[in-house]
Design a protein around this ligand. Sequence first.
Ligand code: ACO
Length: 434
Amino acid sequence: MSIQGKDYVTITDHSTGQSMDLPILRGTDGVPVIDINQLRKKMNLYTFDPGFVSTAACESKITFIDGEEGRLLFRGYPIEELAEHSSFLEVCYLLLYGELPTEGEYDKFRDLITHHTLLHEGLREFYKGFRRDAHPMAIMVGILGAMSAFYHDSLDISDPNSREVSAHRLIAKIPTIAAWAYRYSKGEPFPYPRNELGYASNFLHMMFSYPTEPYAINSIAAKAMDLLFLLHADHGQNASASTIRLAGSSKANPFACISASVGTLWGPAHGGANEAVIKMLADIGSTKNIAKALERAKDKDDPFRLMGFGHRVYKNYDPRAKLMRNMCQQVLEDLQVDDPLLEVAEALEEAALQDEYFASRRLFPNVDFYSGIVLRALGIPTNMFTVIFTMGRSVGWISQWNEMINAERVRIGRPSQLYTGPAQRAYVPIEQRK
Ligand code: ACO
């Protein structure tokens, strides 16, 4: 940053004639940002940017997205390389600690996560309070928030060790919490985690095993599930990550903050889209109905949108969607699943990409477009899709939260507003109101 050089923009308020030089900050990669921190103090002005379309809300070293090129890096490593060579747990370590682990560090981390998968037995009782037909995401919001009532010893956010224990607990316990949400809705027994299994295999075991018979883990399904978690592990300052930063800035405990992020992710414009995609594809039903669906998606008077399409940041193919599409074809082939929705999805994608409306707005498939078909092939019920997303993303949230707390100066998040309500007026007693 150099005010003497050219790295600044000058802002002038023509109503007062006041001017100010605003520094331009450049990160390692990506679009430069204008530092407006002193704007209010020096010019008595705020900026107005609903939806944060042009606003960088924080500095971060975790994830980089180049939306124009369709690039995604976790701590500098391209998602394609991590998908090919790494595993979800290794990526958890990378996101949390900033570097890939050595063999020794990885073994220690995996051991730690493996030995924190059990839930407090009191928390297990919590499930019984939910209605049987509760959406599993509602249960996730409740149980993750309730962890703050059970793990008091790791709630001191000013203690780095305490924050680390909370992060480990979250990553370790979330498969148990998620699988039990599903088993509760089915009225089935809650299987305990098994330490000899890997992260994804253990989740599949808790989802699908019965105490009455042995359950064989399908290695193709376990590998696919691990990759699904990995692809969802973080994604910069999206709505749910911004939620955890905002909630955390009030110094709330980590589990309360995570619960807020889960609620945000649930929305169909965010993580809830994977569930909505499957519903949409099933409603379209056949390739012959695609043209009609596209017409509806383009009609501004119709609330219907092409779910799994479009992204705030990507104006190119979402790299995760590319990997997801390849995985989808591979998993269906390996598991010998013939899902008619894949044909509809591929034809819909092709038609949308050739359509002027989608092309001119640079709308491409996002990560959610194909993930639902993979999950269906693995036997995961539709209402668990966003739960799977939650499981993968929880490490991203806790890494973003930790980074925020570690920052030099943590101030409570407090956006301002452009007030357009009534000007000050006097109270009118009720008998005088018309
Ligand atoms: N179908 C039809 N039109 C769309 C779609 C879509 N899926 N997405 C965007 N558009 C249109 C908008 O109507 C708008 O058109 P206009 O310029 O004529 O008004 C234009 O494309 C730009 O879209 P915005 O809504 O301004 O984009 P924004 O960045 O605010 O929203 C979002 C991004 C929410 C992802 C949007 O594309 C969408 O609703 N997609 C469908 C839901 C979805 O798949 N969400 C998952 C996102 S990825 C994730 O969270 C994991």
